[in-house]
Write a protein that binds this ligand. Structure first.
Ligand code: FCB
Length: 446
Protein backbone atom coordinates (compact mmCIF):
# COMPACT_ATOMS: atom_id res chain seq x y z
CA UNK A 1 0.00 0.00 0.00
CA UNK A 2 1.23 3.48 -0.80
CA UNK A 3 2.11 5.43 2.26
CA UNK A 4 1.47 9.14 2.12
CA UNK A 5 4.47 10.82 3.60
CA UNK A 6 4.32 14.33 2.24
CA UNK A 7 1.49 16.48 3.48
CA UNK A 8 1.18 20.13 2.48
CA UNK A 9 -0.36 22.89 4.59
CA UNK A 10 -4.13 23.18 4.35
CA UNK A 11 -4.29 26.39 2.35
CA UNK A 12 -1.51 25.46 -0.10
CA UNK A 13 -2.23 26.82 -3.58
CA UNK A 14 -2.01 24.22 -6.33
CA UNK A 15 -1.91 25.64 -9.81
CA UNK A 16 -0.63 25.42 -13.35
CA UNK A 17 0.63 28.15 -15.63
CA UNK A 18 0.54 29.27 -19.25
CA UNK A 19 1.37 32.42 -21.20
CA UNK A 20 -0.64 34.24 -23.84
CA UNK A 21 1.67 33.93 -26.85
CA UNK A 22 2.40 30.30 -26.11
CA UNK A 23 -1.24 29.13 -26.17
CA UNK A 24 -3.69 31.66 -27.59
CA UNK A 25 -3.12 31.72 -31.33
CA UNK A 26 -5.53 34.14 -33.07
CA UNK A 27 -2.51 36.35 -33.60
CA UNK A 28 -4.32 38.85 -35.81
CA UNK A 29 -7.96 38.33 -34.88
CA UNK A 30 -10.43 40.91 -33.71
CA UNK A 31 -8.39 44.03 -33.13
CA UNK A 32 -5.22 42.43 -31.84
CA UNK A 33 -2.04 44.28 -32.73
CA UNK A 34 1.20 42.64 -33.79
CA UNK A 35 3.58 41.62 -31.01
CA UNK A 36 7.35 41.33 -31.14
CA UNK A 37 6.89 37.55 -31.05
CA UNK A 38 4.60 37.66 -34.11
CA UNK A 39 7.24 39.66 -35.94
CA UNK A 40 10.13 37.51 -34.70
CA UNK A 41 8.54 34.13 -35.39
CA UNK A 42 7.40 35.22 -38.85
CA UNK A 43 10.97 36.01 -39.87
CA UNK A 44 12.78 32.91 -41.15
CA UNK A 45 15.52 31.39 -39.05
CA UNK A 46 14.44 32.61 -35.64
CA UNK A 47 12.34 29.70 -34.43
CA UNK A 48 13.03 25.99 -34.85
CA UNK A 49 11.26 24.46 -37.86
CA UNK A 50 9.81 27.88 -38.74
CA UNK A 51 7.12 27.42 -36.08
CA UNK A 52 5.01 30.40 -35.05
CA UNK A 53 2.38 31.12 -32.41
CA UNK A 54 -0.21 32.01 -35.08
CA UNK A 55 -2.40 29.11 -34.02
CA UNK A 56 -0.59 27.63 -30.99
CA UNK A 57 -3.17 25.76 -28.86
CA UNK A 58 -5.98 27.82 -30.34
CA UNK A 59 -6.91 28.70 -26.78
CA UNK A 60 -8.48 31.98 -27.93
CA UNK A 61 -11.28 29.91 -29.44
CA UNK A 62 -11.17 26.86 -27.19
CA UNK A 63 -10.95 28.58 -23.83
CA UNK A 64 -14.28 27.24 -22.61
CA UNK A 65 -13.18 23.64 -23.15
CA UNK A 66 -9.81 24.48 -21.65
CA UNK A 67 -11.57 25.75 -18.53
CA UNK A 68 -13.32 22.43 -18.20
CA UNK A 69 -9.96 20.71 -18.52
CA UNK A 70 -8.52 22.94 -15.79
CA UNK A 71 -11.42 22.00 -13.56
CA UNK A 72 -11.03 18.35 -14.36
CA UNK A 73 -7.42 18.57 -13.25
CA UNK A 74 -8.61 19.86 -9.89
CA UNK A 75 -6.48 23.00 -10.00
CA UNK A 76 -7.11 25.58 -7.29
CA UNK A 77 -5.39 28.35 -9.22
CA UNK A 78 -4.53 29.15 -12.81
CA UNK A 79 -1.74 31.50 -13.85
CA UNK A 80 -2.05 33.00 -17.32
CA UNK A 81 -0.90 36.18 -18.99
CA UNK A 82 -2.79 38.91 -20.75
CA UNK A 83 -1.43 39.85 -24.17
CA UNK A 84 -0.65 43.56 -24.18
CA UNK A 85 -1.28 43.98 -27.95
CA UNK A 86 -4.63 42.21 -27.60
CA UNK A 87 -5.98 44.88 -25.27
CA UNK A 88 -3.93 47.85 -26.52
CA UNK A 89 -3.19 47.05 -30.18
CA UNK A 90 -0.69 49.90 -30.51
CA UNK A 91 0.69 49.54 -27.01
CA UNK A 92 -0.94 52.75 -25.76
CA UNK A 93 -4.03 54.74 -26.67
CA UNK A 94 -6.90 52.94 -28.37
CA UNK A 95 -8.30 50.08 -26.35
CA UNK A 96 -9.64 46.86 -27.86
CA UNK A 97 -12.90 45.99 -26.14
CA UNK A 98 -12.82 42.58 -27.78
CA UNK A 99 -9.46 41.88 -26.18
CA UNK A 100 -10.56 43.01 -22.74
CA UNK A 101 -13.73 41.03 -23.10
CA UNK A 102 -11.82 37.84 -23.82
CA UNK A 103 -9.92 38.07 -20.53
CA UNK A 104 -12.97 39.21 -18.64
CA UNK A 105 -14.91 36.15 -19.72
CA UNK A 106 -11.97 33.90 -18.91
CA UNK A 107 -11.77 35.35 -15.40
CA UNK A 108 -15.51 34.96 -14.86
CA UNK A 109 -15.31 31.40 -16.10
CA UNK A 110 -12.50 30.58 -13.69
CA UNK A 111 -14.25 32.14 -10.72
CA UNK A 112 -17.43 30.29 -11.53
CA UNK A 113 -15.45 27.06 -11.27
CA UNK A 114 -13.86 28.23 -8.04
CA UNK A 115 -10.41 28.59 -9.54
CA UNK A 116 -8.30 31.54 -8.49
CA UNK A 117 -6.89 33.57 -11.41
CA UNK A 118 -3.27 34.72 -11.21
CA UNK A 119 -2.54 37.22 -13.95
CA UNK A 120 0.88 37.93 -15.38
CA UNK A 121 0.78 41.28 -17.15
CA UNK A 122 3.91 40.82 -19.21
CA UNK A 123 5.02 37.44 -20.47
CA UNK A 124 7.13 38.72 -23.38
CA UNK A 125 4.65 39.67 -26.12
CA UNK A 126 5.41 43.37 -26.36
CA UNK A 127 3.34 45.33 -28.90
CA UNK A 128 5.51 45.69 -32.01
CA UNK A 129 4.50 49.36 -32.21
CA UNK A 130 6.33 49.93 -28.94
CA UNK A 131 9.38 48.05 -30.15
CA UNK A 132 9.34 50.36 -33.19
CA UNK A 133 9.69 53.23 -30.71
CA UNK A 134 12.71 51.59 -29.08
CA UNK A 135 11.15 48.85 -26.96
CA UNK A 136 12.37 48.15 -23.43
CA UNK A 137 15.71 49.95 -23.89
CA UNK A 138 13.81 53.26 -24.37
CA UNK A 139 12.56 54.93 -21.19
CA UNK A 140 9.12 55.83 -22.62
CA UNK A 141 8.20 52.17 -22.28
CA UNK A 142 7.77 52.70 -18.54
CA UNK A 143 4.75 54.99 -18.93
CA UNK A 144 3.33 52.72 -21.60
CA UNK A 145 3.52 49.72 -19.28
CA UNK A 146 1.86 51.65 -16.46
CA UNK A 147 -0.96 52.66 -18.83
CA UNK A 148 -1.43 49.00 -19.77
CA UNK A 149 -1.25 47.75 -16.16
CA UNK A 150 -3.73 50.44 -15.15
CA UNK A 151 -6.17 49.42 -17.86
CA UNK A 152 -6.11 45.70 -17.15
CA UNK A 153 -6.23 46.07 -13.37
CA UNK A 154 -9.08 48.60 -13.62
CA UNK A 155 -11.16 46.24 -15.73
CA UNK A 156 -10.32 42.97 -13.96
CA UNK A 157 -9.21 44.20 -10.54
CA UNK A 158 -12.60 43.68 -8.92
CA UNK A 159 -12.29 39.94 -9.58
CA UNK A 160 -8.59 39.21 -9.91
CA UNK A 161 -6.70 39.44 -6.63
CA UNK A 162 -3.29 38.09 -7.59
CA UNK A 163 -1.05 40.00 -9.98
CA UNK A 164 2.40 39.38 -11.39
CA UNK A 165 3.80 42.42 -13.13
CA UNK A 166 6.55 40.74 -15.14
CA UNK A 167 7.63 37.25 -16.03
CA UNK A 168 11.40 36.74 -15.96
CA UNK A 169 12.73 40.22 -16.75
CA UNK A 170 16.21 38.71 -17.16
CA UNK A 171 14.97 36.75 -20.16
CA UNK A 172 13.13 39.74 -21.65
CA UNK A 173 16.22 41.92 -21.31
CA UNK A 174 19.17 39.63 -21.96
CA UNK A 175 17.80 36.86 -24.16
CA UNK A 176 15.83 39.42 -26.18
CA UNK A 177 18.33 42.30 -26.42
CA UNK A 178 21.77 40.81 -25.72
CA UNK A 179 21.83 37.17 -26.86
CA UNK A 180 19.26 37.67 -29.60
CA UNK A 181 17.62 34.25 -29.20
CA UNK A 182 14.24 35.78 -28.33
CA UNK A 183 12.28 38.67 -29.79
CA UNK A 184 13.27 41.24 -30.80
CA UNK A 185 16.55 39.43 -31.50
CA UNK A 186 19.04 42.19 -30.75
CA UNK A 187 22.65 41.72 -29.72
CA UNK A 188 23.67 44.58 -27.50
CA UNK A 189 24.59 44.33 -23.84
CA UNK A 190 24.03 48.05 -23.40
CA UNK A 191 20.48 47.71 -24.72
CA UNK A 192 19.89 44.72 -22.45
CA UNK A 193 21.03 46.65 -19.38
CA UNK A 194 18.79 49.57 -20.26
CA UNK A 195 15.92 47.16 -20.90
CA UNK A 196 16.48 45.45 -17.53
CA UNK A 197 16.42 48.82 -15.81
CA UNK A 198 13.22 49.94 -17.51
CA UNK A 199 11.59 46.60 -16.74
CA UNK A 200 12.34 47.06 -13.05
CA UNK A 201 11.16 50.66 -13.18
CA UNK A 202 7.97 49.68 -15.00
CA UNK A 203 7.33 47.04 -12.35
CA UNK A 204 7.92 49.52 -9.51
CA UNK A 205 5.64 52.13 -11.03
CA UNK A 206 2.88 49.64 -11.79
CA UNK A 207 2.64 48.06 -8.32
CA UNK A 208 0.85 50.99 -6.59
CA UNK A 209 -1.42 51.45 -9.61
CA UNK A 210 -2.53 47.82 -9.48
CA UNK A 211 -3.04 48.03 -5.72
CA UNK A 212 -5.23 51.10 -6.16
CA UNK A 213 -7.34 49.44 -8.85
CA UNK A 214 -7.56 46.08 -7.16
CA UNK A 215 -7.95 46.68 -3.44
CA UNK A 216 -6.87 43.85 -1.19
CA UNK A 217 -4.89 42.18 -3.95
CA UNK A 218 -1.44 40.63 -3.80
CA UNK A 219 1.05 42.04 -6.25
CA UNK A 220 4.40 40.49 -7.05
CA UNK A 221 6.96 39.79 -9.75
CA UNK A 222 8.32 36.54 -11.15
CA UNK A 223 12.04 35.93 -11.67
CA UNK A 224 13.88 33.04 -13.26
CA UNK A 225 16.34 32.10 -10.55
CA UNK A 226 19.08 29.65 -11.27
CA UNK A 227 21.59 28.55 -8.63
CA UNK A 228 25.12 28.67 -10.01
CA UNK A 229 27.70 26.14 -8.92
CA UNK A 230 31.38 26.27 -9.90
CA UNK A 231 32.49 23.27 -11.98
CA UNK A 232 35.64 22.96 -9.88
CA UNK A 233 37.07 24.59 -6.77
CA UNK A 234 39.41 26.70 -8.93
CA UNK A 235 39.33 30.42 -8.34
CA UNK A 236 38.52 30.94 -12.01
CA UNK A 237 35.44 28.71 -11.92
CA UNK A 238 34.28 30.17 -8.63
CA UNK A 239 34.62 33.66 -9.98
CA UNK A 240 32.70 32.63 -13.08
CA UNK A 241 29.87 31.10 -11.04
CA UNK A 242 29.63 34.23 -8.96
CA UNK A 243 29.51 36.27 -12.17
CA UNK A 244 26.57 34.28 -13.56
CA UNK A 245 24.83 34.52 -10.20
CA UNK A 246 25.24 38.30 -10.41
CA UNK A 247 24.12 38.35 -14.01
CA UNK A 248 20.95 36.27 -13.67
CA UNK A 249 19.97 36.36 -10.00
CA UNK A 250 21.42 39.30 -8.09
CA UNK A 251 20.98 41.86 -10.89
CA UNK A 252 17.22 41.63 -10.27
CA UNK A 253 16.94 40.46 -6.66
CA UNK A 254 19.19 43.16 -5.20
CA UNK A 255 17.42 46.21 -6.68
CA UNK A 256 14.02 44.71 -5.84
CA UNK A 257 14.86 44.70 -2.14
CA UNK A 258 16.51 48.11 -2.15
CA UNK A 259 20.17 47.09 -2.36
CA UNK A 260 20.70 48.68 -5.77
CA UNK A 261 22.61 46.96 -8.55
CA UNK A 262 25.39 44.66 -7.32
CA UNK A 263 28.62 46.63 -7.46
CA UNK A 264 30.80 43.75 -8.72
CA UNK A 265 28.54 43.45 -11.75
CA UNK A 266 28.35 47.19 -12.33
CA UNK A 267 32.16 47.24 -12.43
CA UNK A 268 32.38 44.23 -14.66
CA UNK A 269 29.77 45.38 -17.19
CA UNK A 270 31.58 48.71 -17.38
CA UNK A 271 28.51 50.27 -18.97
CA UNK A 272 27.98 53.99 -18.38
CA UNK A 273 24.40 53.21 -17.25
CA UNK A 274 23.22 56.76 -17.89
CA UNK A 275 19.70 55.39 -18.12
CA UNK A 276 19.54 55.32 -14.30
CA UNK A 277 17.93 58.51 -13.04
CA UNK A 278 17.75 59.75 -9.46
CA UNK A 279 14.94 58.03 -7.59
CA UNK A 280 14.63 55.09 -9.99
CA UNK A 281 16.03 52.54 -7.58
CA UNK A 282 13.63 53.63 -4.83
CA UNK A 283 10.74 53.11 -7.24
CA UNK A 284 12.00 49.69 -8.31
CA UNK A 285 12.23 48.53 -4.70
CA UNK A 286 8.61 49.07 -3.77
CA UNK A 287 7.78 46.22 -1.36
CA UNK A 288 5.99 43.33 -3.06
CA UNK A 289 3.43 40.99 -1.51
CA UNK A 290 5.22 37.98 -2.90
CA UNK A 291 8.11 36.93 -5.07
CA UNK A 292 7.45 34.40 -7.82
CA UNK A 293 10.22 32.01 -8.72
CA UNK A 294 10.43 30.03 -11.92
CA UNK A 295 12.77 27.15 -11.30
CA UNK A 296 13.90 24.53 -13.81
CA UNK A 297 17.52 23.61 -13.16
CA UNK A 298 20.82 24.61 -11.64
CA UNK A 299 23.86 25.52 -13.69
CA UNK A 300 27.40 24.31 -13.31
CA UNK A 301 29.74 27.05 -14.43
CA UNK A 302 33.14 26.92 -16.09
CA UNK A 303 35.34 29.93 -16.45
CA UNK A 304 35.89 29.82 -20.20
CA UNK A 305 33.66 32.10 -22.25
CA UNK A 306 30.89 30.78 -24.50
CA UNK A 307 32.42 32.87 -27.28
CA UNK A 308 34.03 36.26 -27.64
CA UNK A 309 30.79 37.62 -29.02
CA UNK A 310 28.68 36.21 -26.22
CA UNK A 311 30.66 37.47 -23.28
CA UNK A 312 29.34 34.97 -20.75
CA UNK A 313 30.97 32.05 -18.95
CA UNK A 314 30.04 28.60 -20.13
CA UNK A 315 27.43 26.67 -18.14
CA UNK A 316 27.30 22.93 -18.49
CA UNK A 317 24.60 20.42 -17.76
CA UNK A 318 25.22 16.75 -17.18
CA UNK A 319 23.81 13.66 -15.53
CA UNK A 320 20.04 13.50 -15.27
CA UNK A 321 18.87 15.98 -17.92
CA UNK A 322 15.51 16.78 -19.48
CA UNK A 323 14.75 17.13 -23.16
CA UNK A 324 15.88 20.76 -22.90
CA UNK A 325 19.26 19.44 -21.81
CA UNK A 326 18.68 21.00 -18.38
CA UNK A 327 20.00 19.16 -15.33
CA UNK A 328 17.35 17.88 -12.95
CA UNK A 329 18.48 19.11 -9.54
CA UNK A 330 15.62 19.44 -7.07
CA UNK A 331 17.82 20.33 -4.09
CA UNK A 332 18.85 23.54 -5.77
CA UNK A 333 15.23 24.65 -5.61
CA UNK A 334 15.31 24.13 -1.85
CA UNK A 335 18.49 26.17 -1.61
CA UNK A 336 17.10 29.01 -3.69
CA UNK A 337 13.91 29.13 -1.63
CA UNK A 338 16.02 29.45 1.49
CA UNK A 339 18.01 32.26 -0.03
CA UNK A 340 14.86 34.16 -1.00
CA UNK A 341 13.64 34.06 2.55
CA UNK A 342 16.71 34.09 4.75
CA UNK A 343 18.87 36.39 2.66
CA UNK A 344 16.32 38.51 0.78
CA UNK A 345 13.47 38.42 3.29
CA UNK A 346 10.54 38.12 0.85
CA UNK A 347 7.37 37.70 2.91
CA UNK A 348 5.70 35.13 0.65
CA UNK A 349 7.10 32.93 -2.11
CA UNK A 350 5.18 31.31 -4.94
CA UNK A 351 6.77 28.86 -7.31
CA UNK A 352 5.18 30.32 -10.41
CA UNK A 353 6.76 27.77 -12.77
CA UNK A 354 8.44 24.40 -12.43
CA UNK A 355 8.32 21.51 -14.84
CA UNK A 356 10.10 19.53 -17.50
CA UNK A 357 10.09 18.76 -21.22
CA UNK A 358 10.33 15.12 -22.23
CA UNK A 359 9.55 13.31 -25.45
CA UNK A 360 5.87 12.42 -25.16
CA UNK A 361 3.98 10.11 -27.42
CA UNK A 362 0.44 8.90 -27.56
CA UNK A 363 0.64 5.15 -26.89
CA UNK A 364 -1.41 2.44 -28.55
CA UNK A 365 -3.79 2.63 -25.60
CA UNK A 366 -4.48 6.26 -26.48
CA UNK A 367 -2.74 7.52 -23.31
CA UNK A 368 0.44 9.49 -22.76
CA UNK A 369 2.71 7.78 -20.26
CA UNK A 370 5.26 10.22 -18.89
CA UNK A 371 6.85 8.66 -15.81
CA UNK A 372 9.90 10.91 -16.00
CA UNK A 373 7.75 14.01 -15.67
CA UNK A 374 5.91 12.51 -12.69
CA UNK A 375 9.26 11.82 -11.08
CA UNK A 376 10.46 15.36 -11.84
CA UNK A 377 7.41 16.87 -10.18
CA UNK A 378 7.50 14.54 -7.20
CA UNK A 379 11.16 15.19 -6.51
CA UNK A 380 10.72 18.96 -6.73
CA UNK A 381 7.60 18.94 -4.58
CA UNK A 382 9.56 17.02 -1.95
CA UNK A 383 11.99 19.91 -1.81
CA UNK A 384 9.18 22.45 -1.67
CA UNK A 385 7.77 20.56 1.26
CA UNK A 386 11.17 20.45 2.91
CA UNK A 387 11.40 24.22 2.54
CA UNK A 388 8.01 24.71 4.15
CA UNK A 389 9.09 22.48 7.04
CA UNK A 390 12.14 24.70 7.44
CA UNK A 391 9.85 27.67 7.96
CA UNK A 392 10.16 29.18 4.49
CA UNK A 393 6.84 30.79 3.49
CA UNK A 394 6.17 28.98 0.22
CA UNK A 395 2.45 29.36 -0.36
CA UNK A 396 1.84 28.20 -3.91
CA UNK A 397 3.12 25.97 -6.68
CA UNK A 398 2.29 26.32 -10.38
CA UNK A 399 3.26 23.52 -12.71
CA UNK A 400 4.66 24.57 -16.07
CA UNK A 401 2.64 23.97 -18.02
CA UNK A 402 -1.06 23.29 -18.13
CA UNK A 403 -0.63 21.97 -21.66
CA UNK A 404 2.01 21.56 -24.34
CA UNK A 405 2.57 24.85 -26.14
CA UNK A 406 4.82 27.07 -28.24
CA UNK A 407 8.19 26.85 -26.49
CA UNK A 408 9.64 30.14 -27.81
CA UNK A 409 12.74 29.61 -29.98
CA UNK A 410 12.17 25.82 -29.81
CA UNK A 411 8.72 26.09 -31.35
CA UNK A 412 6.58 23.01 -30.80
CA UNK A 413 9.54 20.65 -30.46
CA UNK A 414 9.50 20.71 -26.66
CA UNK A 415 6.52 19.51 -24.66
CA UNK A 416 6.14 20.78 -21.09
CA UNK A 417 2.43 20.09 -20.61
CA UNK A 418 0.53 18.13 -18.03
CA UNK A 419 -1.89 17.82 -20.91
CA UNK A 420 -0.76 16.62 -24.33
CA UNK A 421 -1.79 18.72 -27.34
CA UNK A 422 -2.12 17.24 -30.81
CA UNK A 423 -1.40 20.36 -32.85
CA UNK A 424 -3.10 19.02 -35.98
CA UNK A 425 -6.45 18.17 -34.42
CA UNK A 426 -6.06 20.37 -31.32
CA UNK A 427 -7.11 17.37 -29.28
CA UNK A 428 -6.06 17.48 -25.62
CA UNK A 429 -5.09 14.31 -23.73
CA UNK A 430 -4.35 14.25 -20.01
CA UNK A 431 -0.90 12.75 -19.55
CA UNK A 432 -0.22 10.40 -16.65
CA UNK A 433 1.46 13.35 -14.93
CA UNK A 434 -1.83 15.28 -15.07
CA UNK A 435 -3.65 12.39 -13.44
CA UNK A 436 -0.94 12.10 -10.83
CA UNK A 437 -1.00 15.85 -10.14
CA UNK A 438 -4.76 15.69 -9.73
CA UNK A 439 -4.40 13.13 -6.95
CA UNK A 440 -1.68 15.20 -5.29
CA UNK A 441 -4.08 18.14 -5.22
CA UNK A 442 -6.92 16.01 -3.92
CA UNK A 443 -4.84 14.52 -1.12
CA UNK A 444 -2.88 17.73 -0.58
CA UNK A 445 0.22 15.59 -0.73
CA UNK A 446 1.53 12.29 -1.94
C1 FCB B 1 10.29 29.91 -18.80
C2 FCB B 1 9.17 30.72 -19.41
C3 FCB B 1 8.00 29.88 -19.87
C4 FCB B 1 8.44 28.57 -20.48
C5 FCB B 1 9.43 27.87 -19.60
C6 FCB B 1 9.88 26.54 -20.12
O1 FCB B 1 11.47 30.62 -18.90
O2 FCB B 1 8.70 31.68 -18.50
O3 FCB B 1 7.23 30.67 -20.73
O4 FCB B 1 8.89 28.77 -21.75
O5 FCB B 1 10.54 28.68 -19.39
Amino acid sequence: MDKQIIQFPKDFIWGAATASYQIEGAWNEDEKGESIWDRFSHAPGNVQDGDTGDMACDHYHRWEDDLKMIKQLGLKAYRFSTAWPRVLPSGTGTVSEAGLDFYSKLVDGLLKLDIEPYITLYHWDLPQKLQDKGGWPARDIVDAFVEYADLVSRVLGDRVKNWITLNEPWVSAFVGYDYGAHAPGHKSRHEALAAAHHLLLAHGNAVPVIRRNSPGSNVGITLNLTPQVPASPSVADRTAANWVDGHINRWFLDPLVGRGYPQDMVNDYGDEMAFIQPGDLEVASVPVDFIGINYYHRSVVRSEKVSEEENTPRTVFSGDVTEMGWEVHPESLYKMLGRLYFDYDFPVIHITENGAAYVDEVSADGEVHDPKRVSYYARHLEQVHRAIEAGIPVKGYFAWSLMDNFEWAYGYSKRFGLVYVDYQSQQRIMKDSAKWYKTVIEKNGF
